[in-house]
Write a protein that binds this ligand. Structure first.
Ligand SMILES: [Zn+2]
Ligand SMILES: [Zn+2]
Ligand SMILES: [Zn+2]
Ligand SMILES: [Zn+2]
Ligand SMILES: [Zn+2]
Length: 319
């Protein structure tokens, strides 16, 4: 790898204009750069920064504070091994405060346990969609933490009421618990892990027992004005998990089956949001905003959805 780097470097050098080749060699990084090291948002940025030059890499290797909040999401989540996680967390010398692993499927109960035993001061543990973990493994691992305040386990399979009760008993109660804002489906769907872990006010555990189906899942409130009013009278008829209550992808409001609008993607849209979205010129259906990039221009400069585009292609092939 070093050899190929050197060859590449040589080629690069010869391609540079004479004026730049004769310039002074670059000095050490500006001092201000060292100050930002503890504020880098996720592991991806920390690792990228350590690749910039030897001085920054050395600074990061010796700065425990830079490793206190470890956030791993796309693209590193898919390749994250337990061995790598152990090495990364060990740089904080037992001082990790936030460990956030989004959809890190290779992490098992034993791997998590090993990391938590060495970092018992973690206050925020976010492990949503880490499907290699089991509820029993999470309970066991969480028991080793002494001051855990917030836990996210959405997407871990087979979490039962008993696990939830056990987990609640392992958490440190927050004596100044403020009233929490409702969880709205569309906001939750669009929130990334960094925003999640930067939240000032946080729930103890993200999942709860759904009042409709009695399963442990994410439970959403409804931003629809009439539903909000009933919630204030603590009726909350459309409060429930995603399986029990269909919600609009764009605005998070509950959508009854008779007002469900037709979209190209499988997402649910309410009539108000449906009206506002750009629609395919051929089938008059929109995509939700997160899938709008699938809409393209047809040969006649009209916008066309993937379905109609494929149908057109097939027709042209067989005509
Ligand atoms: Zn439910
Ligand atoms: Zn809507
Ligand atoms: Zn509602
Ligand atoms: Zn279409
Ligand atoms: Zn969609």
């Amino acid at each position: 790898m070093e050899v190929s780097d050197a060859v590449e470097n040589q080629q690069h050098q010869s391609a540079l204009p004479q004026r730049i080749q004769e310039a002074e060699p670059a000095g050490p990084p500006h001092e201000a750069l060292y100050l930002v090291l503890t504020y880098l948002p996720s592991l991806f940025e920390i690792l990228s920064m350590s690749e910039v030059c030897r001085s920054l890499r050395d600074a990061l290797n010796t700065d425990e504070l830079a490793w206190w909040n470890i956030i791993i999401e796309s693209p590193l989540n898919l390749i994250l091994s337990e061995d790598f996680l152990t090495r990364i967390t060990s740089k904080a010398k037992g001082g990790v405060r936030t460990l956030a692993l989004l959809n890190c499927g290779k992490i098992t109960d034993d791997g998590l346990q090993q990391v938590l035993v060495k970092n018992s001061l973690i206050t925020k543990l976010y492990i949503p969609w880490c499907t290699g973990l089991t509820p029993d493994g999470v309970v066991k691992a969480v028991k080793t933490l002494t001051c855990l305040k917030s836990l996210s386990i959405n997407g871990i399979y087979n979490v039962k009421k008993e696990h939830l009760e056990m987990l609640h008993s392992c958490l440190c109660p927050n004596p100044f618990q403020q009233e929490l804002p409702p969880i709205l489906y569309h906001e939750f769907r669009n929130e990334n892990l960094q925003a999640f872990s930067n939240r000032k006010i946080d729930r103890a555990i993200d999942v709860e027992v759904c009042p409709k189906c009695d399963d442990v899942r994410m439970v959403f409130d409804c931003p629809r004005e009439t539903c909000r009013r009933t919630r204030e009278r603590s009726v909350g008829q459309c409060r429930g998990c995603q399986i029990c209550i269909s919600r609009c992808e764009e605005c998070g409001r509950c959508v009854q089956s008779d007002e469900l609008e037709d979209a190209v993607c499988a997402d649910v849209l309410c009539s108000d949001c449906w009206l506002q979205l750009p629609k395919c010129s051929f089938c008059n259906r929109p995509y939700c905003k997160s899938h709008t990039n699938l809409m393209r221009n047809s040969s006649s400069s009209q916008i066309i959805c993937d379905d109609c585009d494929n149908a057109c292609e097939i027709r042209t092939c067989y005509d």
